[in-house]
Write a protein that binds this ligand. Structure first.
Ligand code: PHE
Length: 349
């Protein structure tokens, strides 16, 4: 009778274990069949009341069944756990992908790259110079002598260093943050002989109060073309060609007389308004023209300063603002946004 009971428990337990879907169900089965309050435990406890002969028969059977149920549960647990792991590892190849956040180029870099592409396609070379400059390249070589009031036009950040302490003016050469890209002209010419055409894009610094169109840190791109017979017509043509390609529309160019120590004659360079085409709108303050930068025919004094003979070559140069072009291209109304580090601005490009 007892034997039959044990075998019944075994079959019932086996059935339940087989049907179990979760670790929780298996845990419940273990409590139910092998736990302290289980019928099986009662049987085991009552063994001591049996006769020796019955003990010998039922004892080993009960123990074997107990072990068997225990092993069945363990086996089932293993299977369920491995199924759960598989569930976790399953990849739903139809699920939408996770978007990876990618960086991108700064608007000024995009514009500078475009400028470089247009000029290299016109046979220009790209030249470079240091942002920390000497007084000689930034001023002296550009026909702006020491103590000359023209230097005031470039609100320069000077760097204090040992050399500034030298009393003798002629021996003293100050170090500064370049206020324009024109020093690259002198550096390049010291190493090359005309004919050549270069542009020199780069960062410049000026000690100025900032507002929506002035920033202490900004970019220019210098152009310098020199040869035997370069004239203002070449200059006007190259300028017009560049801006028409950059803005992808036919633009007119206007030169107004101006003054720079390193060019003679000097011009302010304007282009017809890219928004209204010259009719007059708020972007061009109703004038139909947009001011782009300074330009002119290279002053012979500059050629002399870099070691060329006077009146041997002719050339033109300009210094245009990169931010200005980027602002027109993208309709940005405050120059200070470029270096603000504001992601709401930067993420739009
Ligand atoms: N370097 C001048 C400036 O920054 C611009 C310029 C460059 C003018 C070359 C003439 C020729 O103001």
């Amino acid at each position: 009778m007892l034997e039959q009971k044990i075998l019944n428990i075994k079959t019932r337990a086996a059935g339940e274990i087989k049907k179990a879907q979760s670790e929780k169900e298996l845990f419940d089965s273990r409590v139910k069949y092998l736990g302290r309050k289980s019928g099986f435990n009662k049987i085991l406890k009552s063994l001591k009341n049996l006769s020796l002969e019955e003990k010998k028969k039922i004892g080993p059977l009960a123990n074997a069944v107990k072990k068997e149920i225990d092993e069945e549960i363990k086996k089932a647990e293993k299977i369920i756990r491995s199924k759960v792991d598989l569930e976790k590892e399953k990849i739903d190849i139809t699920a939408p992908g996770k978007k990876i956040k990618r960086g991108h180029l700064h608007p000024l870099t995009i514009v500078q790259n475009e400028i470089e592409d247009i000029f290299t396609s016109m046979g220009f070379e790209i030249a470079d110079g240091p942002e920390v400059e000497t007084e000689f390249y930034a001023f002296d070589a550009l026909n702006i002598p020491k103590n000359h009031p023209a230097r005031d036009a470039w609100d320069t950040f000077f760097i204090k260093d040992q050399r500034s302490k030298i009393k003798d003016q002629n021996l003293r050469e100050k170090i500064l943050l370049r206020p324009h890209t024109s020093p690259v002209q002198a550096r390049y010419m010291q190493k090359h002989k005309p004919p050549f055409r270069i542009i020199a894009p780069g960062r410049c610094f000026r000690n100025e109060a900032t507002d929506s169109s002035h920033e202490h840190t900004f970019n220019q791109f210098e152009a310098l073309v020199a040869g035997d017979d370069i004239n203002a017509g070449h200059f006007k043509y190259i300028g017009q060609e560049f801006f028409s390609r950059f803005f992808k529309k036919e633009l007119k160019v206007r030169l107004r007389p101006s003054f720079f120590p390193f060019t003679e004659p000097s011009f302010e360079f304007d282009i017809s308004c890219v928004v209204c085409g010259g009719k007059g709108c708020s972007t061009c303050s109703r004038t139909g023209w947009l001011e782009i930068g300074g330009a002119g025919m290279v002053n012979q004094a500059v050629f002399e300063a870099v070691g060329y003979p006077r009146n041997r070559y002719q050339g033109f140069a300009w210094g245009f603002g990169v931010e200005r072009l980027a602002m027109m291209r993208y309709k940005i109304d405050d120059i200070r946004l470029f270096y603000s580090g504001d992601l709401r601005f930067i993420d739009q490009f």
